[in-house]
Design a protein around this ligand. Structure first.
Ligand SMILES: NC(=O)c1ccc[n+]([C@@H]2O[C@H](COP(=O)([O-])OP(=O)(O)OC[C@H]3O[C@@H](n4cnc5c(N)ncnc54)[C@H](O)[C@@H]3O)[C@@H](O)[C@H]2O)c1
Length: 446
């Protein structure tokens, strides 16, 4: 068996030719990502928030002073080589959809209008019982879920041919579907494929897109909290086709703040009495989440974060009984510009109480767009390095990181970043950084 320590540096195929980035769901996040990449290519804006574009990585010892940009040392696809494609249940092209989403200013969109207008979604796979608040009519017609999957694969093959693409990746940027618990049909590939043919009700549209991608060996990331690719049947398929997969639910806004703050409180052994998070947002995502069944999927994803970071079983006096509540309120006047409030009741030395208040005036899609870019580029890199199955090193980007059933998920943003960068070092054949640092000081001559 190959252990971590004995694993050899992977051979990474070069990023030759074009990369197709597929986005099922061309709403606020997808269009902010697409318009952003096009604007950046034209020199109109900067890729702020993107690790692949602006992040550096320390290599070797501190005395070596090697801090290159990640994109200068790893063979990532160049932004110029990305081609966009996707599906929606509304016919709007990327320009119209971006205007409606109201995230980016019209002046910016008008400067890249022809490029955006050329991106027209293909008809979506959609059934209303999975997203109750939406009623789109730009949808495919077929008898079985199996047939829908074949149609998605045909769209992908045609797109690849038309644009002479070398490789593809898919990132789910569609709406949050209703909560589905993994059942029998998700336990094996055989059961899942049978379920597709028999229209099993526990197979949602996002699973159909995911199946189509993974079946074709295309890396897949899930930006929403739906199951999509997070069950044994898909893991089995990913193993068979060598597709890297990652998810779930982009870590932006309030949860991002939580996974920044909570590790700090725990590091200083400050106790937690309660954490109340509420927010108002008025985009289509907010409207979908107004449905209790879609919200339940989201709530599950948001609640578990603190439990894992704070480890109440190890620190019962500090974290055993904290009260955690998360609310999302649909409030149209705010559009994509969410306002999120957190009230955090903590206690310190001798049990004395203190409070922290956060008022985060954030822009959801502005935080999510660089995540879509990084995931697309890192998953494509993973595919070329022959990494497949669950890519835990990409947990950094998710609220509910996918993980093996026998492991707990890692939510601490700083551990996640270290894991990500150490994976990149491994790909480069560079030494892992432990931060021990004892040899600089000579304080131990054992
Ligand atoms: N923006 C963030 O910060 C953030 C963070 C975490 C997760 N997410 C998730 O990302 C997803 C996208 O968010 P958004 O703000 O762009 O939402 P949005 O409503 O603007 O866009 C979603 C798009 O998906 C389309 N869609 C829905 N079902 C579809 C289907 N079956 N096939 C094809 N298209 C379909 C909708 O018509 C819509 O255009 C949501 O699930 C959201 O929960 C967003």
């Amino acid at each position: 068996m190959t252990t971590e320590a004995s694993a050899k540096k992977p051979e990474i195929k070069p990023a030759t030719g074009k990369l197709g980035v597929l986005t099922p769901g061309m709403g606020a996040v997808a269009t902010t990502f697409i318009a952003g990449v096009i604007a950046i290519r034209k020199g109109l804006a900067k890729p702020i928030g993107s690790l692949t574009q602006m992040g550096t990585i320390r290599l070797g010892k501190r005395t070596e002073k090697r801090f290159p940009l990640i994109k200068d040392v790893l063979p990532l696809t160049d932004l110029e080589d990305i081609v966009f494609g996707g599906w929606d249940i509304f016919e709007d092209n990327a320009y119209q959809a971006a205007l409606k989403a109201g995230v980016l200013e019209k002046e910016l969109l008008n400067q890249i209008r022809p490029e955006l207008e050329a991106i027209k979604p293909w008809k979506g796979v959609f059934q209303r019982e999975y997203v109750k608040k939406l009623d789109g009519h730009y949808i495919k017609e077929a008898k079985t879920k199996w047939d829908y999957a074949q149609m998605v694969m045909e769209d992908i093959a045609r797109f690849k041919e038309e644009h002479q693409l070398d490789r593809l990746v898919m990132v789910w940027t569609g709406s949050t579907e209703v909560y589905i618990k993994p059942g029998e049909v998700h336990q094996s590939l055989e059961a899942f494929e049978k379920g597709l043919k028999e229209n099993h009700p526990d197979i949602s549209p996002s699973m159909i897109y995911a199946y189509a991608a993974v079946k074709m060996g295309i890396p897949y990331a899930n930006g929403a909290p739906n199951l999509s690719v997070d069950f044994p049947a898909m893991w089995e398929l990913a193993k068979e086709t060598h597709a890297p997969i990652a998810g779930k639910d982009f870590k932006t806004g309030q949860t991002l703040m939580k996974t920044i703050l909570a590790p700090g409180l725990k590091a200083r052994l400050l106790g937690l009495e309660g954490w109340f998070s509420t927010n108002i947002l008025g985009n289509r995502d907010g409207e979908v989440l107004d449905d209790p069944e879609s919200f339940k999927t989201k709530e599950e994803s948001k609640l578990s974060v603190l439990e894992y970071i704070l480890q109440p079983e190890l620190y019962p006096e500090l974290y055993k009984n904290f009260y955690h509540k998360v609310r999302i309120n649909y409030y149209p006047p705010r559009g994509d510009n969410k306002e999120g409030w957190d009230n955090i009741d903590i206690f310190g030395w001798l049990g004395y109480p203190m409070q922290i208040k956060i008022d985060f005036l954030c822009r959801d899609s502005i935080l999510a767009a660089p995540i879509v870019l990084d995931l697309a580029l890192f998953l494509d890199l993973a595919g070329r390095a022959n990494f497949h199955g669950i890519q835990e090193w990409l947990s950094f980007y998710f609220k509910s990181p996918m993980h093996l059933p026998e492991l707990y998920p890692e939510h601490d943003l700083f551990i996640q970043l270290m894991k990500l960068k150490n994976t990149l070092r491994f790909m480069l054949g560079e030494e892992q950084i432990t931060h021990l640092g004892a040899d600089y000081y000579d304080y131990y001559q054992g």
